[in-house]
Design a protein around this ligand. Structure first.
Ligand code: FAD
Ligand code: UDP
Length: 376
């Protein structure tokens, strides 16, 4: 009856479903155990009529022509350059930490010295991960590195992950490098935009095809029992698929606390980070991401916490040597499992952004599906 079962209606599952239906003409049963499509990118209007990202702020950015071109088919896009400020020593200053941030937090004379020291060692526009800056031997750069580490990264990272920056893959803190420029955009990617009618509408368009059947509030396990012969693309947690037989892979979760205010705008920028104080990491004002006009505004504070199966959601794989080693055991098991492909942020246990999830899904389709004959 179905050629494929796809577990998970997020960006990964939707991309592969769309490709299988439109490129191969095969039948897909797409299931998600949640009551909606979109995975963690799901958005909807809240009680105050404000469009919110239900699982935390999602900002689209990519350098991939392929992903950008692919996604153009399913939505109009509104240009959007994300901006973030952090409260550092009680003052709001731009993040990523850049030359303007230096001038905002230090007295003029010292700021000029730090800026000269950076420009002596780096090209204007260079992106320097904090852990790299801290390896420098020049006294001024060492001092600056120690300051930024202490004020911006140490406590924020501890709150977010339950680990310090050195206990995680360096790629984690390298996502937000120090910028040797006055570019105050959070991302420098070539393409930066938001889907004009939101992510849920975008993904609904991807799934609008007669060969794709959607069943929500349905687990993979139930679908599997009903259609045991179909090939499978699984985008849920890989450890769960194998009954956690090597032990549970850890994930970080978030307790999202929402509030709506009876005013048009509450913050100076869409996101304010709180690296030094409070249990939450950042507060996002949704309307500033979506551009919606409304007399009310909804904000969300992110309180990081451990993932507890059944109680909250597995939001973030935790990039560490230990978790990579445990994941490798599951990956090996996955390789031996005929007829099932694992993909996505949870299926491949990778800290993927949306564009990377779509890029990886397109690659999975080309390499493992299109070139691998017919479904059962
Ligand atoms: P998911 O979106 O996680 O979808 C997986 C789906 O599988 C879920 O809907 C789940 O219910 C379902 N599922 C799991 N197990 C089963 C099962 N057994 N049976 C049935 N269904 C199952 N990316 C960006 O590019 N920019 C951002 O600003 C950004 N911000 C983020 C903020 C937060 C707080 C988080 C958590 C992520 C953020 N991301 C961002 C990443 C983005 O959410 C992911 O890249 C994207 O959602 C990955 O899509 P996916 O389909 O692989 O996984
Ligand atoms: N980070 C930090 N302070 C900040 C911003 C980011 O320490 O003000 C670190 C932190 O470890 C965070 C990582 O950089 O988890 C990546 O930040 P990003 O904004 O990309 O996180 P995400 O949006 O994925 O939660």
């Amino acid at each position: 009856m179905y050629d494929w079962i796809i577990a998970g209606a997020g960006f990964t599952g939707a991309t592969v479903a769309e490709r299988i239906a439109t490129q191969l003409g095969q039948r897909v049963l797409l299931v998600d155990r949640r009551s909606h499509i979109g995975g963690n990118a799901y958005d909807h209007y809240d009680a105050a009529g404000v469009l919110i990202h239900a699982y935390g702020p999602h900002i689209f950015h990519t350098n991939s022509d392929r992903v950008w071109t692919y996604l153009q088919q399913f939505s109009d896009w509104t240009p959007y350059f994300h901006r973030v400020r952090a409260i550092i020593d009680g003052r709001e200053a731009p993040i990523p930490f850049n030359l303007d941030t230096i001038e905002a937090v230090f007295p003029a004379g010292l700021a000029a010295k730090y800026i000269d020291a950076l420009l002596a060692q780096y090209r204007f526009g260079e992106r320097v991960p904090i852990l790299k800056l801290m390896e420098r031997s020049e006294p001024l750069l060492r001092d600056l590195g120690a300051y930024v580490y202490e004020k911006v990264f140490r406590n924020y990272t501890q709150k977010q992950w339950g680990f310090g920056p050195e206990e995680l893959s360096p790629a984690v803190t390298a996502r937000v490098p120090i910028l040797v420029s006055r570019d105050d955009r959070y991302f420098q990617d070539r393409y930066q935009a938001m889907p004009t009618r939101g992510y849920t509408a975008l993904i609904a368009n991807m799934l609008r095809h007669e060969k794709i059947s959607l069943m929500l509030q349905t687990s993979f396990e139930d679908a599997r029992q009903a259609f045991p012969k179909a090939r499978v693309l699984y985008t849920g947690p890989i450890d769960e698929y194998f009954g956690c037989k090597f032990g549970r892979l850890p994930y970080r979760s978030l307790d999202l606390r929402w509030r709506t205010l009876d005013k048009e705008q509450a913050q100076s920028t869409p996101v304010i980070n709180y690296p030094e104080e409070f249990a939450f990491t950042r507060i996002t004002e949704m309307k500033q991401l979506t551009g919606q006009v409304s007399p009310k505004t909804s904000l969300v504070a992110e309180h990081p916490c451990a993932y507890e199966p059944g109680r909250n959601e597995p939001y973030y794989p935790i990039p560490r040597d230990e978790t990579r080693a445990l994941y490798a055991l599951y990956e090996e098991e996955a390789r031996k499992t005929a007829g099932v492909i694992f993909a996505g942020r949870l299926g491949s246990y990778q800290y993927l952004n949306m564009d990377q999830a779509v890029g990886a899904a397109l690659a999975v389709f080309e390499k493992k599906i299109r070139n691998d004959g017919e479904g059962d």
